[in-house]
Ligand binder design. Sequence first.
Ligand code: NAI
Ligand code: MG
Length: 358
Amino acid sequence: RNLEPYRVALYPGDGIGVDVTESAVKVLETAESTFGTFSLEFTNFNWGCNYYERHGILTPPDYAQTLSKFDSIFLGATGWPAKVPDHLTADVLLGLRRQFDQYANVRPARTFPGVKTPLDCDVDMVIIRENSEGEYANVGGRFAQGTPNEVAMQTAVHTRRGVERVIRYSFEVAEKRQRQKLTMITKSNAQRYAMVMWDDIFEELSMEFPHVQAGRQHIDAAAMNFVLKPESFDVVVASNLFGDILSDLSGAITGSLGLNPSANLNPERRFPSLFEPVHGSAPDIAGTGKANPTGAILSAALMIDWLSVDGSASIAGDAIRAAVAECLARGESTPDVGGNLTTAQMTQSVMTRITHKL
Ligand code: NAI
Ligand code: MG
């Protein structure tokens, strides 16, 4: 069949970002040729800290304009603190999230048979973090800076439109999952304006999704329950700050930073969405072949799920997830999860399982 290809921009970035992007691309190409239900066209951008050494900037100034022409963006990881200060590298990503209105940061976190975890639990949850406003709105200032009278104001900005759209998207995600459960994180006992508005909007929208079991927890109670009974969570939606904290906590539960995928979505599809593993560029293991490619490969699976609106790639996405889980269960994995394969060998193992439908 002659399929219209999805155009994917690759931004491998720095350190192990380059290795795991290569893994993700190989696995996608394997799934593409095995299933034949979708087609991908990759364009590579060599931006990041090496580019910085040559050009004095991390990306060309019109990078967002360039990327806006793609259907999606796949990012490895950016950052190399010995070459470029971290706040500069972070600015590139933050700029993309803002310009492409990627307001839903989706972070699935699950445990895998065969992988030791800090808590003895069996978890399969999705954290959805509001990614465009809230506590990180960058509104405020410092008065009389550096004097004994100094005052700092940091104002959170929660808009009805911003809160409604991320909660609605979370209900839609919860509705499609088997457990159909959504927990909203609040703190309306102490934050009487913004968090009460979150509560109100959540109650209003819950009427539209009668099949979803909807509940609220205060952030402090939720942090406790993530440790005491993580199995009880299915989909969790939270403001920017609360979601930042809980998504790191959910990632820690799974056993290695190398396992967790993420998506920065513009659910209306007016702009490209961005897919990336949760981990960074890991300079301590870069170039050693020790990077676990799982987070990147699972991000790639999320990406094809997202790109194929009609669901034509979902069998391929499921096959990728199953192959990764099978490798982890059999110890065909990297040292961080107890295996002794290199990044390339684990990737090959995943590819073999997809091709032979093992
Ligand atoms: P990191 O995630 O790169 O590494 C933390 C620890 O986890 C390291 O010991 C590393 O070896 C290990 N690790 C990470 N990913 C792994 C994988 N796939 N397999 C096996 N082990 C893995 O975080 P760190 O060290 O704080 O930051 C390093 C650089 O990455 C910094 O420049 C930071 O700004 C950047 N960073 C970039 C992110 C992004 O691109 N979205 C996210 C987080 C950090
Ligand atoms: Mg974080």
